[in-house]
Design a protein around this ligand. Structure first.
Ligand code: URP
Ligand code: ZN
Ligand code: ZN
Ligand code: ZN
Length: 459
């Protein structure tokens, strides 16, 4: 089926105009005012609506064995949630444990993702770097992965030694890969956690004090030094505070190639959510933690000024019952993560554009275009242009919706946004020319998402 999307207000990272979009097969074949309708096309009336490029979530976890349990979504449920929320491509962290073979892990993750109805690719997690794994990473790059993920946090699980960090960044520089990094000081967090638990401070409200902003800033600063030394291009994931932004800014002044991601929870929740009584706060435990409200203002500001390039989610869905509850007597055992793959685009629109914090171009740029550019998907993804994949979101700015676990698609037993009133909403979504969401309802099929192969660009 071919489609002519008519009369909408088309927004890209740089443009804003009224026009039509012609979709033939999987591709956009024309964009402009009053296009002719070829025989047999279906018209989609977008009058009064925005026409956005499909959104890209640069940071999600779907299959994730972590902290003694496993994330609750499957690729089938997470991709459906992504699509109804306007996300047509996600980049998942492929996170093997340090005693696993990276190539086997990559193949396992590919296998798991077979049920996705959303397009996807992976940041390849490096939890061990030596001669054996190096060969496997070379093979994974040949198979179309152009970005890596390192953890400076999670002592004893994912965190790398400093020597491995150096070797990984040197490898990345040689192969033109961008290295995404979770920046916190694993050692200091372990020490503070033990101290707090020893003092009987066991509730979720102690999660933030166990990893304060300066411990995140230290991680960022350390990554900057390694990037400066090796010349590797790096990307700080889920940056949560002004201290970390300062560490990035000073490095940029030294010509370090660094980009910054903020994730939705850090923009819209402050640390008081993790202090909710009755262990409710556990729903808001993620790392880096939710911060004091002044850091939210810093992150919005940095998004406006484009010191922050992208908005992701760090979707990491753990049920409240049976999973978050594992940490009832010890906050260090609460599986980290706030499920939000479904909410990113709409809440960013509602809280960002709707409340005058960011403009429409910044919204599209940070939620789609920048991720495509940084991770080797542009211009196939991330814009509305002739020749691009026909990934299109038709968005009704006048829709009013209430967010609830009762109606969401994510396979998790709570919504962090329960009861939130949302201004604007996703109406229709096309992915490579196929309608996946019609009138807000998922109409896609599991397994129709594609693994997107990418070429390295960060030399
Ligand atoms: O709390 C988080 N962020 N959970 C997922 C793992 C990670 O650190 O990205
Ligand atoms: Zn992380
Ligand atoms: Zn993550
Ligand atoms: Zn680069």
């Amino acid at each position: 089926m071919n489609y002519l999307i008519t009369g909408g207000r088309i927004i890209t990272a740089t443009d804003d105009f009224f026009g039509d979009v012609l979709v033939e097969g999987e591709t956009i074949t024309a964009v402009g005012p009053a296009l002719e309708a070829p025989d047999g096309v279906e018209r989609i009336d977008a009058t009064g609506k925005y026409v956005f490029p499909g959104f890209i979530d640069p940071h999600v976890h779907v299959y994730l064995p972590f902290m003694g349990t496993q994330a609750a979504d499957t690729h089938e449920t997470a991709s459906r949630a992504a699509l109804v929320g306007g996300t047509t491509t996600f980049i998942e962290m492929c996170c093997p444990a340090n005693n696993e073979q990276p190539l086997e892990a990559f193949e396992l993750w590919l296998e798991k993702a077979q049920t996705s109805s959303c397009d996807y690719t992976f940041h390849m997690g490096v939890s061990r770097f030596d001669q054996e794994t190096r060969k496997q990473f070379e093979e994974i790059v040949k198979r179309g992965v152009a970005s890596l993920k390192v953890f400076l946090a999670y002592k004893g699980a994912f965190s790398l030694s400093e020597e491995e960090l150096y070797e990984t960044l040197t490898f990345a520089k040689q192969y033109g890969l961008i290295v995404t990094a979770h920046c916190e000081n694993a050692e200091l967090i372990a020490k503070r956690q033990a101290e707090l638990i020893g003092q009987g401070k066991t509730g979720p409200e102690w999660h933030e004090p166990s990893r304060p902003t300066y411990i995140e800033a230290e991680g960022v600063g350390r990554l900057m030094t390694y990037a400066e030394t090796t010349g590797a291009h790096v990307y700080c994931v889920h940056t949560s505070c002004s201290d970390a932004l300062e560490a990035v800014q000073t490095a940029q002044l030294r010509d370090v190639n660094v980009w910054v991601e903020v994730v939705l929870p850090h923009l819209v929740f402050d640390r008081s959510y993790a202090e909710l009584p009755g262990f409710e706060g556990a729903k808001f435990v993620m790392s880096p933690p939710l911060r004091e409200a002044r850091h939210q203002e810093a992150m919005w500001n940095a998004l406006r000024s484009r010191l922050v390039s992208t908005v992701g989610t760090d979707h990491a869905p753990f049920n409240f019952q049976g999973q978050k509850e594992m940490g009832r007597d010890d906050f260090t055992k609460i599986p980290n993560g706030i499920p939000s793959i479904e909410n990113r685009v709409e809440v960013l629109y509602s809280e960002g554009v709707g409340k005058g914090r960011i403009d429409l171009n910044t919204f599209v740029d940070s939620a789609s275009t920048q991720a495509a550019k940084l991770f080797g998907l542009y211009p196939r993804k991330g814009t509305i242009a002739v020749g691009s994949d026909a990934d299109v979101v038709i968005f009704d700015p006048n829709a009013q919706r209430e967010i609830s676990q009762a109606t969401h698609q994510m396979a998790v037993d709570y919504s962090a946004f329960e009861g939130w009133q949302q201004q604007g909403g996703v109406e229709h979504v096309l992915l490579r020319g196929t309608v996946k969401v019609r009138d807000g309802k998922f109409v896609g099929e599991p397994g129709t998402g594609e693994f997107l192969t990418r070429e390295p660009t960060h030399f």
